[in-house]
Design a protein around this ligand. Structure first.
Ligand code: ADP
Ligand code: MG
Length: 258
């Protein structure tokens, strides 16, 4: 039996808005196992982000229990929660959430800085190489395409070597070819043992995952195994490479001093 990385029991989250209560999650039970690659789907407002934020220790539940890697997180204080988050979880967001005036390398180093790691540069370089951005470490986000920025965000998410990678609509702002490339990065990480959970609106993207969990009105409507997930690399092989991914020769060094 595979180990449960995330184990959720009776999980509920309500928001009180004046005299109204919004039930964002209602009594959700679910286990996500080591090596899983899960797509969370469902209409807007069905509780997907709430679920991700709760298992990512970014928010607190109203009722129920969450275990991460066997540790019960409900009774932890904010500091303990932040430590768990740093140690176990890497986040990737729809809008990349990178520091704009900071190089790719420094962006990736940030979580290591928070964790008090000394040898940050080497680890960050390795993470950027893993996502295929080894040659663009000194670029600022504005000097990178959307897909490249999302690769930086993924490098930042994996640099701490987390058990779990969470992506809330990580391909939501990307065109279809770039989405396919980003999914291939997640598939690669998953093949190397990472547990990955992403929220997506697109069936096509979801069918690259091993399992689809569908939410409706704060409840799990359906939880299905995908027998033959689409291999993003196979899809990409059949597609022309977009211009911004073609490596250009380095600019020639100036011959004359002015
Ligand atoms: P999804 O990600 O599936 O679109 P969310 O988890 O963001 O859905 O939201 C679920 C429900 O909870 C929605 O009705 C939403 O309006 C409500 N909700 C989410 N966050 C808040 C909040 N901070 N305050 C009040 N209501 C919220
Ligand atoms: Mg959402």
């Amino acid at each position: 039996m595979a180990k449960a990385v995330v184990s959720v029991r009776g999980l509920s989250k309500s928001y009180v808005m004046g005299d109204q209560t919004v039930h964002a999650l209602r009594n959700v039970d679910c286990d996500i196992y080591e090596g899983d690659f899960v797509a969370i789907m469902g209409p807007s407002g069905s509780g997907k982000s709430t679920f991700m934020n709760l298992i990512g220790c970014l928010d607190r539940q109203t009722a129920g229990e969450i275990q991460l890697d066997g540790q019960l997180i409900a009774k932890m204080n904010d500091n303990q929660l932040a430590t768990i988050r740093n140690k176990y979880i890497g986040f990737v967001f729809q809008n990349f959430n990178l520091l704009p005036r900071t190089s790719a390398l420094k962006n990736v180093e940030l979580p290591l800085m928070y964790a008090g790691v000394k040898d940050r540069t080497e680890m960050s370089k390795k993470a950027l190489e893993k996502v295929g951005l080894g040659s663009r470490m000194d670029h600022k986000p504005s000097e990178l395409s959307g897909g490249q920025q999302q690769r930086v965000a993924i490098a930042r998410a994996i640099v701490n070597n987390p058990v779990l990678i969470l992506g809330d609509e990580p391909t939501g702002n990307l065109d279809s070819v770039t989405s396919e490339e980003i999914i291939s990065v997640f598939q690669d990480l998953n093949r190397h043992g990472k547990t990955v959970i992403i929220v997506t609106h697109e069936e096509e993207i979801a069918h690259h995952c091993k399992r689809i969990i569908r939410f409706r009105d704060g409840r799990i409507l359906k939880d299905e195994i995908i027998e033959n997930p689409i291999d993003a690399l196979e899809v990409l092989k059949k597609l022309p490479r977009p211009d911004d991914e073609i490596e250009t020769e380095p600019a020639p060094v100036a011959q004359f001093k002015l």
